[in-house]
Design a protein around this ligand. Structure first.
Ligand SMILES: [Zn+2]
Length: 117
Protein backbone atom coordinates (compact mmCIF):
# COMPACT_ATOMS: atom_id res chain seq x y z
CA UNK A 1 0.00 0.00 0.00
CA UNK A 2 2.92 2.31 -0.63
CA UNK A 3 0.98 3.77 -3.55
CA UNK A 4 -0.88 5.98 -1.14
CA UNK A 5 0.68 9.05 0.35
CA UNK A 6 -0.35 11.39 3.02
CA UNK A 7 -2.07 14.50 1.61
CA UNK A 8 0.45 16.83 3.19
CA UNK A 9 3.14 15.74 0.73
CA UNK A 10 4.82 18.61 -1.05
CA UNK A 11 4.26 17.30 -4.55
CA UNK A 12 1.55 19.50 -6.04
CA UNK A 13 0.17 17.23 -8.76
CA UNK A 14 -1.70 14.03 -8.39
CA UNK A 15 -5.10 12.74 -7.56
CA UNK A 16 -7.16 13.35 -4.51
CA UNK A 17 -9.95 11.23 -3.18
CA UNK A 18 -13.20 13.10 -3.98
CA UNK A 19 -14.67 12.06 -0.64
CA UNK A 20 -11.93 12.84 1.87
CA UNK A 21 -9.26 14.58 -0.27
CA UNK A 22 -6.65 11.95 0.55
CA UNK A 23 -3.86 12.04 -1.99
CA UNK A 24 -3.54 9.08 -4.35
CA UNK A 25 -0.36 8.79 -6.36
CA UNK A 26 -0.25 7.21 -9.78
CA UNK A 27 2.64 4.78 -9.91
CA UNK A 28 3.90 2.80 -12.87
CA UNK A 29 2.58 -0.36 -11.32
CA UNK A 30 -0.81 1.23 -10.85
CA UNK A 31 -0.75 2.59 -14.39
CA UNK A 32 -0.30 -0.87 -15.86
CA UNK A 33 -2.41 -2.90 -13.47
CA UNK A 34 -5.38 -0.55 -13.17
CA UNK A 35 -5.73 1.28 -16.48
CA UNK A 36 -8.88 3.33 -16.17
CA UNK A 37 -10.01 1.16 -13.32
CA UNK A 38 -11.71 2.23 -10.17
CA UNK A 39 -9.42 3.47 -7.47
CA UNK A 40 -10.06 2.61 -3.88
CA UNK A 41 -9.11 5.20 -1.30
CA UNK A 42 -7.06 3.72 1.51
CA UNK A 43 -8.15 6.41 3.90
CA UNK A 44 -11.93 6.20 3.63
CA UNK A 45 -12.29 3.02 1.57
CA UNK A 46 -14.62 4.57 -0.99
CA UNK A 47 -14.21 4.01 -4.71
CA UNK A 48 -13.72 6.68 -7.32
CA UNK A 49 -12.81 6.74 -10.99
CA UNK A 50 -10.93 8.93 -13.40
CA UNK A 51 -12.90 11.46 -15.33
CA UNK A 52 -12.46 11.69 -19.07
CA UNK A 53 -10.95 15.13 -19.26
CA UNK A 54 -8.18 15.38 -21.81
CA UNK A 55 -6.04 18.23 -22.99
CA UNK A 56 -6.12 18.55 -26.76
CA UNK A 57 -2.67 20.06 -26.88
CA UNK A 58 -1.13 17.27 -24.83
CA UNK A 59 -2.96 14.71 -26.91
CA UNK A 60 -1.34 16.19 -30.02
CA UNK A 61 2.06 16.15 -28.32
CA UNK A 62 1.57 12.51 -27.50
CA UNK A 63 0.71 11.64 -31.08
CA UNK A 64 3.77 13.51 -32.36
CA UNK A 65 5.95 11.74 -29.82
CA UNK A 66 4.52 8.38 -30.86
CA UNK A 67 5.26 9.05 -34.51
CA UNK A 68 8.75 10.36 -33.77
CA UNK A 69 9.58 7.27 -31.74
CA UNK A 70 7.71 4.82 -33.92
CA UNK A 71 8.69 5.96 -37.41
CA UNK A 72 12.48 5.43 -37.17
CA UNK A 73 12.03 2.01 -35.60
CA UNK A 74 9.38 1.11 -38.16
CA UNK A 75 11.49 2.23 -41.12
CA UNK A 76 14.55 0.40 -39.79
CA UNK A 77 12.50 -2.73 -39.15
CA UNK A 78 11.01 -2.53 -42.63
CA UNK A 79 14.37 -2.31 -44.36
CA UNK A 80 16.17 -4.87 -42.26
CA UNK A 81 13.45 -7.41 -41.55
CA UNK A 82 10.54 -6.74 -43.91
CA UNK A 83 7.08 -5.12 -43.77
CA UNK A 84 5.67 -7.17 -40.88
CA UNK A 85 8.65 -6.39 -38.67
CA UNK A 86 8.46 -2.76 -39.71
CA UNK A 87 4.87 -2.52 -38.51
CA UNK A 88 5.70 -4.27 -35.27
CA UNK A 89 8.65 -1.98 -34.68
CA UNK A 90 6.50 1.07 -35.35
CA UNK A 91 3.91 -0.04 -32.80
CA UNK A 92 6.65 -0.73 -30.27
CA UNK A 93 8.19 2.69 -30.84
CA UNK A 94 4.79 4.35 -30.58
CA UNK A 95 4.22 2.67 -27.23
CA UNK A 96 7.62 3.77 -25.97
CA UNK A 97 6.94 7.33 -27.08
CA UNK A 98 3.32 7.50 -25.98
CA UNK A 99 3.14 5.78 -22.61
CA UNK A 100 5.20 8.26 -20.56
CA UNK A 101 3.12 11.16 -21.89
CA UNK A 102 -0.09 9.25 -21.39
CA UNK A 103 0.82 8.60 -17.78
CA UNK A 104 1.81 12.22 -17.27
CA UNK A 105 -1.53 13.36 -18.68
CA UNK A 106 -3.40 10.92 -16.48
CA UNK A 107 -1.79 12.20 -13.34
CA UNK A 108 -1.82 15.88 -14.14
CA UNK A 109 -4.99 16.50 -16.10
CA UNK A 110 -7.41 13.86 -15.00
CA UNK A 111 -9.11 13.89 -11.67
CA UNK A 112 -10.93 11.32 -9.64
CA UNK A 113 -14.66 11.70 -9.42
CA UNK A 114 -17.13 10.04 -7.07
CA UNK A 115 -18.57 6.74 -8.15
CA UNK A 116 -22.33 6.41 -7.85
CA UNK A 117 -23.24 2.92 -6.79
ZN1 LIG B 1 -10.98 8.95 0.63
Amino acid sequence: MIDYEHPTTTQPQGWHCPYCNWRIRLTWRRYFTEPGARKTCLHCGKQSRMNKTRSGKLWAIRVVSQVLCGAPLGIAGFFFFGPASGLGAFVLGALIGGIPIDRYMDERYRQLEPLDD
